[in-house]
Design a binder for this molecule. Structure first.
Ligand code: SF4
Ligand code: SF4
Ligand code: SF4
Length: 279
């Protein structure tokens, strides 16, 4: 059965054949979200990508893959970020509803609800949510889909900064555009629009000229993942959900609320223009 179309839903079409690897999207994301720079090495072992992994300070990054074509060295690029799944596994397992799938597409995180159980990190098939391990009272961090911009009719910061590869707009229109590119350019692309059906459909759609698994894309079921995640999480010790777990959760909530209140007060004093608001 085909899914009902949500006319408000926006999406990213990322055409990796057009990506120059400039990493303007990475920089724009850092600037908009006020994320600090991380110490990195030029060659991290996995490849030329820098930083070597997404983290609490890096919500998106460009992965590099070098290959040979007609005896020439070539590069392929892949922009990694939250996929903003239509049926997000992170939201389905969160016991306190800290994740929301918005009508516009972004899956947003409500820090004041989070109890720090990290089920979302286990459930996400793309390994997206990261934890602030370096902090005493950590929160989960991930790409916000620039919801505060999108709900005001603006484009996400990374899409605005990209000179070539990212198109942002109605998901329905972007699927048509991508399928047109596929049919008009046989041989240029791998004949697949990644994200159209993966995990039940995602808000980030990809076209590429190299096999998706060679670029590090995961092979994901086409069924919505919440159908599977609770099956997997039944192995999480039940003790977590007992009285002890509940008391710790209460303590987390209290400390977290204090921290968020303090951060909000500090932010109001500084008055920064680029703050994400997730309420
Ligand atoms: S990619 Fe992971 S974190 Fe992002 S919406 Fe999907 S399940 Fe949630
Ligand atoms: S949508 Fe916003 S938060 Fe997500 S990668 Fe792009 S700039 Fe970063
Ligand atoms: S800004 Fe666009 S072209 Fe530059 S690295 Fe990001 S996706 Fe590629």
């Amino acid at each position: 059965m085909s899914k009902a179309i949500n006319p408000k839903q926006k999406a990213f079409l990322i055409d990796m054949t057009k990506c120059t690897g400039c990493r303007g999207c990475q920089v724009a994301c850092k600037q908009w979200n006020q994320l600090k720079a991380e110490e990195t090495e030029f060659f991290s072992g996995e490849g030329y990508q820098n930083p070597p992994a997404m983290s609490e300070y890096t919500f998106t990054r460009i992965k590099f893959r070098d290959y040979q074509k007609n005896g020439q060295n070539e590069f392929a690029f892949y922009k990694e970020m939250c996929m903003h799944c239509d049926d997000p596994a992170c939201a389905s397992v969160c016991p306190v509803g800290a994740f929301d799938k918005t009508a516009e597409g972004p899956v947003i995180y409500k820090a004041d609800r989070c109890i720090g159980c990290r089920f979302c990190m286990i459930a996400c098939p793309f390994g997206v949510p990261k934890y602030e391990w370096s902090k005493g009272l950590p929160l989960v961090k991930k790409c916000t889909g620039c919801y505060s911009r999108v709900k005001e009719g603006m484009q996400p910061a990374c899409a605005t900064a990209c000179p070539t590869a990212i198109t942002y707009g109605s998901r329905e229109d972007l699927i048509k555009l991508a399928e047109e590119r596929l049919s008009k350019n046989p041989g240029k692309y791998i004949n697949k629009l990644y994200g159209k059906e993966e995990a039940g459909g995602t808000t980030v759609l990809y076209l590429t000229n190299l096999p998706f698994d060679e670029l590090g894309f995961k092979k994901i079921t086409l069924r919505p993942l919440p159908e599977y995640t609770w099956q997997a999480l039944r192995f999480v010790p039940a003790a977590f959900l007992t009285v002890g777990g509940s008391l710790s959760a209460l303590s987390w909530i209290t400390h977290r609320r204090d921290r968020l209140k303090n951060e909000k007060e500090a932010a109001e004093q500084v008055e920064t223009p680029a703050q994400e608001k997730e309420d």
